[in-house]
Design a protein around this ligand. Structure first.
Ligand code: R5P
Length: 344
């Protein structure tokens, strides 16, 4: 016969928190961001947690963490971009990120933080024509449904994308890396900093202020998707070294057209800097045959093979490492940029 409830002895309460218990920081990376993830982990003094990623023969993606992540703050580094080396498309990378988040949530991680420096689909952030999707919003919803607690991202195509999330978004910027590079390498030249379209004006004004140079704007039209036409330069570039500042280089069409216009208006040389180097389609060919003297991007997106010599890649691992450490310890993240990370 079972005992009456009041006579059942309750188990002895566990002794509060075990001595030496500490919140755990763990970091893992998807296959689209293995190198960047490894650099960040190295700077944090940690090893990347193996997420057991693979693709089945039918193309489905799979994930299983090789060790317990229960109770940990798990940072998942994965840009939403394809990887030629890993044989991943942009959609594979997105699905992989969603599965990694979902698996972490259901493996009882304390917080699951997607570190997605390049937010794929970010350019589809509104309806530009009837019956189009707002894909950037759908990606936000997918990430939240999968189980993110927050998102760390970098130089969003439009800062307003943060509003697609109900979870916290830490919007970081690579601008300090790029301004430093321009100051170090081109600081002795008479510079003009250029925005290739109206959307970049605020960014470029801040950039120009940082490097102590004037700025100018360009009129850009997109007669069709993936086609860029640059009208004229508003501002003075004559006899100057021009630096075009953009967030993304995709097909390279914008940059080539912009660089040619700037040279036609009297600039002596033209360089370009951007946070995200997608280099899609035949961008390498177009850019290496074009008028630019040099292009600098960061490693938010891995360069695929065959990058021409004019492309230089700088790492954003230090900024992301600092951000992750501060998020883990609940410190201010905007302090990294002296509060100037909401650039556009
Ligand atoms: C557009 O608004 C963006 O800031 C970039 O200028 C654009 O995505 C670059 O694309 P592409 O290299 O294909 O011209």
């Amino acid at each position: 016969m079972s005992k009456p409830l009041e006579t059942v002895t309750a188990p002895a309460p566990a002794t509060s928190i075990p001595a030496g218990y500490e919140k755990r920081l763990m970091i893992t990376a998807g296959r689209a961001s293995r190198e960047l993830g490894a650099k960040i982990a190295d700077r944090l003094g940690l090893a990347l947690t193996d997420a057991g990623l693979k693709t089945f023969s039918d193309g489905e993606v799979y994930c299983r963490y090789a060790e317990s992540i229960r109770g940990a703050d798990l940072f998942i580094v994965q840009s939403v971009c394809g990887s030629q080396r890993e044989g991943l498309t942009v959609n594979d990378a997105l699905m992989e990120l969603l599965l990694m988040v979902h698996a972490a949530k259901h493996a009882s991680a304390h917080r699951v933080i997607a570190v997605t420096p390049w937010y794929g689909y970010s350019r589809q952030d509104k309806k530009s024509a009837p019956r189009e999707p707002i894909s950037a919003r759908l990606v936000a919803e997918l990430l939240e449904v999968a189980g993110i607690d927050r998102l760390v991202t970098m130089d969003l195509h439009a800062g307003q994308l943060q509003g697609f999330f109900s979870k916290t978004v830490d919007h970081m910027t690579a601008m300090p890396i790029l301004t430093q590079f321009v100051e170090d390498r081109l600081g002795d030249e008479e510079l003009a900093i250029l925005a290739p379209d109206a959307g970049r004006v605020k960014l470029v004004r801040n950039f120009a202020r940082k490097v102590g140079a004037p700025y100018a704007l360009m009129e850009k039209e997109r007669p069709a998707q993936g086609v860029a036409e640059i009208g004229r330069v508003i501002g003075d570039v004559k006899d100057k070294t021009a630096v075009i500042v953009d967030d993304i280089i995709a097909t390279g069409g914008t940059l080539n057209a912009a660089a040619q216009t700037v040279l036609d208006e009297g600039a002596t040389k033209v360089y370009a800097v951007a946070t995200h180097g997608l280099f899609s389609g035949n961008a390498y060919e177009i850019l290496s045959e074009g008028p630019l003297s040099g292009i600098v991007v960061t490693d938010t997106i891995p360069l695929h093979e065959g990058a021409p010599d004019i492309i230089r890649q700088l790492t954003c691992a230090d900024i992301l490492e600092d951000s992750i450490r501060r998020i883990f310890t609940d410190d201010s993240v905007s302090e990294i940029f002296a509060g100037e990370n909401q650039l556009f």
